[in-house]
Design a protein around this ligand. Structure first.
Ligand SMILES: CC(=O)SCCNC(=O)CCNC(=O)[C@H](O)C(C)(C)COP(=O)(O)OP(=O)(O)OC[C@H]1O[C@@H](n2cnc3c(N)ncnc32)[C@H](O)[C@@H]1OP(=O)(O)O
Ligand SMILES: N[C@@H](CCO)C(=O)O
Length: 498
């Protein structure tokens, strides 16, 4: 077994007291299983949150000791990969309602001391996102450079940008929808009934006894067909028989495709809980971002920029659903690009087409803007009547080498540097206004980072105040921020010494 990429990783756990749910109930206590890869930077703004799909978990990448396979998106996360852990702090968590370490129906109900079963409250995608927000706060993340996810994970991405408009810089919903089609609901209901019709389901109270494995395997077989495509199944299986050249004229498993689906069902029941399947498919069915209004209304005020990715052969979350999202974003004049991955695999292509996904996502993340990297620590703007000593104190406390100086209404009127302060001390100046530089080179928050870097080089400055069109300071971008970004790219392109 070759261990590359991140190497061995471990799941961690975060607990908090209570989560108020969309249905009015409260879940208490709440445990979140999560994994992180890479380091959170000093400005706490290089975090990328990855949200998993129906049967996923926090183990996105790297290896757990003893496992046969790495995390479910290992090809996308690690040094020099799309989500480059030498540049970004990657976070993933298991959703509430799941069964991979976070609180769900198989968790112990503190009131009864027994597994919740169907006593577990029905949770929604919004509840999952609110629980993730508690984790993000716990990790000290101030800003999410990106939130990414496929399928049910894409639903979480859409919910994140609507629920937490100021927190997300880039949203990357993949193979997803703003609301599941009736066809998708239909497949989920058949899967749920397969479980609930299994005599071992026992009203959801089967823990400690025989689990409804037959029902859960059948639900997975049905679901897995929707994750493939006619094309991929023809290529993988055709009408091949498994162990014979002729029909058995019986009801044994004869075709390769039958054998494959039984395999998927049998391996699924070893890693998933039947009640979680009920809860998570219900959450998927309930998800409706428009929520009685329109998708255009739902996206009003959203600040993130979007990379929407669809899969050409996905008939469970067809590309038209991604186009609906793109149209609603465009109508809101939100920065959105849409890429359709050409793949015959079907819906699960988002797990497999790592080459195309890496190309598309890397380009998008590299189109980082000043606002993605700028330092917004407050109070940034000092006023011109400030004493030199106070300015020096602020520089040391904030670890700044440049201080934008503003008028009392926050408009930029100049800048002072650490050198200016040394100069002032040497020449006995006491007021900031005696030494400030009035001709200030600035940047706008929505400019591409490359433009800011070129301006720094042209004017031979190492920091640019970031201003609005009416010259109010909203942050500062420094050469340190940019060199960290470039160093990470260099490493990705195989220049290890950077
Ligand atoms: C994204 C999320 O958040 S959820 C995470 C998703 N993870 C899972 O679904 C867990 C399992 N993952 C996978 O199987 C892959 O990631 C998938 C779903 C993308 C499928 O990937 P593929 O490489 O196309 O594998 P494929 O669909 O061919 O399945 C391969 C398995 O089926 C078996 N198989 C293939 N053909 C047959 C057959 N005719 N009869 C029996 N078994 C078969 C293979 O032996 C292999 O077994 P394994 O599971 O022990 O490795
Ligand atoms: N096959 C993936 C995607 C489903 O949407 C999963 O099992 O979660």
């Amino acid at each position: 077994m070759i261990i590359d990429g991140l190497g061995f990783v471990e799941t961690e756990y975060f607990e908090f007291d209570e989560l108020k749910l969309e249905n009015g109930e409260k879940l208490s206590p709440v445990r979140i299983a999560y994994e992180t890869y890479g380091e959170l930077n000093a400005d706490r703004n290089n975090a990328i949150l990855i949200c998993h799909a129906l049967s996923g978990d926090a183990h996105v990448a790297g290896w757990h000791r003893g496992d046969k396979y790495p995390g479910w998106w290992d090809g996308m996360v690690g040094p020099g990969r799309a989500f480059d852990t030498e540049k970004y702090f990657v976070i993933s968590s298991n959703v509430i309602g799941g069964c991979k370490g976070s609180t769900g129906p198989s968790s112990i109900n503190p009131v009864t001391g027994k597994p919740y079963g169907l006593e577990f409250p029905v949770v929604t995608i919004k509840d999952m996102v609110n629980a993730q927000k508690k984790l993000i706060d716990h990790l000290g993340v101030r800003q999410l450079l990106a939130v990414v996810g496929g399928s049910m994970g894409g639903m979480q991405v859409l919910q994140w940008v609507v629920s937490y408009k100021d927190l997300v810089k880039t949203a990357i919903p993949i193979a997803t929808t703003a609301h599941l089609s009736p066809q998708g609901i239909a497949f989920n209901e058949v899967g749920r009934r397969a479980i609930m019709s299994d005599p071992d389901w026992n009203g959801g109270d089967y823990y400690g006894g025989r689990a409804p494995e037959r029902g859960l395997a059948l639900a997975r077989m049905i679901g897995h067909i929707t994750y493939l495509s006619d094309e991929s199944m023809r290529e993988k299986f055709g009408r091949e028989l498994k162990n014979s050249e002729r029909y058995g004229y019986d009801f044994s498993t004869e075709f390769q495709v039958e054998s494959y689906l039984h395999h998927q069902g049998e391996s699924f029941v070893k890693r998933f809980d039947a009640n979680s399947y009920l809860y998570l498919t219900k959450a998927i069915d309930y998800f409706d971002l428009a929520n009685g209004t329109t998708l255009f209304d739902a996206f009003k005020g959203v600040k993130a920029r979007f990379l929407v990715i669809s899969i050409s052969s996905d008939w469970l979350y067809p590309p038209y659903q991604s186009r609906e999202i793109v149209m609603a974003l465009t109508a809101n004049e939100i920065d959105v690009s849409h890429v359709e991955i050409k793949s015959g695999y079907g819906h699960d292509a988002f797990l497999l087409e790592t080459g195309q996904l890496t190309h598309v996502i890397t380009n998008s993340l590299q189109k980082q803007r000043v606002q993605d990297l700028m330092i917004e620590r407050e109070p940034l703007v000092m006023h011109e009547k400030m004493q030199m000593k106070e300015a020096a104190k602020r520089m040391i406390e904030g670890e700044f080498t440049h201080l934008p100086i503003g008028s009392r209404d926050g408009r930029l009127i100049g800048i002072i540097t650490a050198w200016d302060i040394a100069n002032a001390v040497a020449n006995g100046y006491n007021l900031v206004e005696e030494i400030l530089t009035e001709e200030v080179v600035t940047a706008y928050s929505d400019e591409l980072i490359g433009a800011a870097a070129k301006r720094m080089e042209k004017h031979n400055v190492s920091s640019l105040p970031v201003v609005t069109t009416d010259n109010r300071v909203v942050g500062i971008i420094t050469s340190d921020c940019i060199s960290r970004l470039i160093a990470g790219d260099e490493r990705r392109n195989g220049n290890p010494e950077t």
